[in-house]
Write a protein that binds this ligand. Structure first.
Ligand SMILES: [Zn+2]
Length: 520
């Protein structure tokens, strides 16, 4: 039976509001007349709440977040002693554990990030701790041995990204995936059942924060299978768009598998497998993102993930196969390279708009080129603040470049389509926190403002977290709750349009609706 929502403030976009909405049994917005013509009807009193279009996350890692959420949590540790205490008590409580995986450590906390420090707490089983950038691992000696990185106290694998001391002996810090995977590939495998549980854990968190659709931006073998199993059993509340990760070493061998999984994924109405994700560069915190001007710390210009000829070929192939191209590009040179590859794709050959993920350091000429190729900038608003993550980049980038990061206003002013996302578990999945930072350019009053000239309005931020993400796949108007559209809504206990901007993050999600069905 249809439902009448009343007594609230429903945001239609473009500064317009109504106080009632009528929703059919199928979850679509209907006319008032249709509601009253029906024999029966539900009533939902919104009690003065604000109703926004439901949020969508353009780039996150729900399955990784689920795995992490169920493992050892070290995110609250403020120094080395607390980390050591956490891992030894974890081992005491779980004496049968054969592998300790903890997340995430604050890379700016006072600590000596060496394997020996971790050995002092646990040396019998591998200890693998994930850094808050998710591009760094801090591991003990056992983990390095199991991975074949160290043997008899010597470096035994010279993959890039393995930190060594003056004597050339691995320190216990691994940077970027090629080095990290040497250890991660040895981790005990998650069973399908435990991974389905991990995914459901993430799904419920997202639903509770007002999100109804999420891109999973890192799908390796085995992961799409988890989504399919969960969808098959009707266990997922959200819709998911899966982005298969293109591995520079095995992409062309993996492609038939990716094609096969896409077909299987696309058979499930709540899933979509039409994207491939390419990494052009690394991150600023490890001085691995590609930059035009060398890093002050290392003197290098970053580390490309692919050789350029292979990358061009791989992106061309993915485009020919009608996959959406998602490119992780963080530095200005990385973003320029991604754009130049996309510019070279034959005009009109793209089935989907290309997506540039992160685009953290963008001068105006890059944005103009982004606009010209109709690319979406999929950015993380929560990062535009002076926190440990930003400050860890200072000695690499220097004050001037650091102060220019996250130019969201320039993007919008130059007509670039902006989609917001969390990159969870790299940072909080909660859109209200991201919205607040996008507007305020800080999270707490104690922080210095970060690049405040790039602050955007509440309406622009809402749009980037809703229509902006929809625009990754379809042309959308920034108007919501129109006749015939799905009632996709998030209900907030406070009106973030009238609240002082600094209090946006204090608003709470009280309900989430997807096509009229309450999922939280
Ligand atoms: Zn990511």
């Amino acid at each position: 039976m249809p439902t009448r929502f009343y007594g609230g403030k429903i945001y239609l976009g473009e500064g317009r509001f109504v106080d009632k909405a009528y929703v059919s049994d199928e979850g679509e917005i209907i006319k008032e007349r249709t509601f009253y013509d029906s024999d029966d009807g539900n009533e939902v009193n919104l009690n003065g709440s604000l109703v926004l279009p439901a949020f969508r996350d353009g780039h996150a890692h729900p399955l990784f977040a689920g795995r992490e959420g169920k493992g050892l949590d070290i995110s609250g540790c403020i120094n080395q002693e607390e980390v050591l205490k956490a891992i030894s008590s974890y081992q005491q409580v779980n004496p049968e554990t054969i592998w300790i995986d903890g997340a995430v450590f604050d890379r700016s906390m006072p600590a000596s990030f060496t394997r020996q420090v971790l050995d002092s707490a646990v040396e019998t089983v591998p200890v693998v701790l994930h850094g808050d950038d998710h591009h760094t691992l801090w591991v003990n000696t056992k983990a390095l041995e199991v991975a074949g990185i160290i043997s008899a106290g010597r470096l035994s694998n010279d993959t890039a990204g393995i930190d060594v001391d003056e004597e050339g002996i691995p320190t216990g810090i691994l940077r970027e995936w090629p080095a990290m995977r040497l250890v991660m590939d040895r981790a005990p495998e998650e069973s399908l059942e435990s991974d389905v549980a991990n995914l459901i854990y993430a799904d419920r968190k997202l639903a509770a924060s007002g999100i109804i659709e999420c891109y999973d931006a890192w799908i390796d073998r085995g992961m799409a299978e988890t989504y399919i199993a969960a969808a098959e059993r009707g266990l997922l509340e959200l819709d998911y768009k899966l982005c298969f990760r293109a591995d520079p070493d095995t992409f062309f061998e993996d492609l038939p598998y990716i094609q096969k999984m896409r077909a299987e994924v696309n058979q499930r109405p709540s899933l979509d497998g039409n994207a491939i994700k390419f990494f052009v560069d690394g991150v600023f915190g490890s001085a691995t993102a590609l930059v035009e001007e060398p890093y002050l710390s290392t003197g290098s210009k970053g580390e490309p993930v692919w050789n350029e000829i292979d990358l061009r070929e791989a992106i061309k192939t993915a485009n020919n196969e009608a996959f959406q191209i998602h490119v992780h590009a963080i530095g200005d040179a990385g973003t320029a390279l991604a754009i130049s590859i996309l510019e070279d794709l034959p005009k009109g050959s793209l089935k989907f708009r290309p997506v540039l993920i992160h685009a953290e350091l963008t001068k105006k000429d890059l944005l103009t080129r982004m606009k010209a190729i109709d690319a979406i900038a999929c950015v993380q608003p929560y990062w535009a603040q002076h926190n440990g993550m930003l400050d860890s980049c200072l000695h690499h980038l220097g004050e001037e470049r650091l102060s220019k990061l996250y130019a969201f206003k320039d993007m919008l002013d130059l007509g670039v389509s902006v989609a917001f996302s969390s990159d969870w578990p790299v940072s909080s999945y909660e859109p209200l926190k991201g919205l607040s930072v996008a507007v305020n350019r800080r999270e707490t009053a104690a922080q210095e403002l970060h690049n405040p000239s790039q602050s955007i309005t509440v309406e622009q931020a809402i749009s980037a977290y809703t229509a902006g993400v929809q625009a990754m796949r379809a042309r959308t108007k920034e108007r919501f709750f129109e006749l015939g559209s799905d009632f996709d809504a998030v209900v907030l206990d406070k009106d973030i349009f009238t609240l002082p901007a600094t209090e946006i993050a204090n608003a709470r999600v009280t309900a989430t609706y997807k096509a009229g069905r309450r999922i939280f």
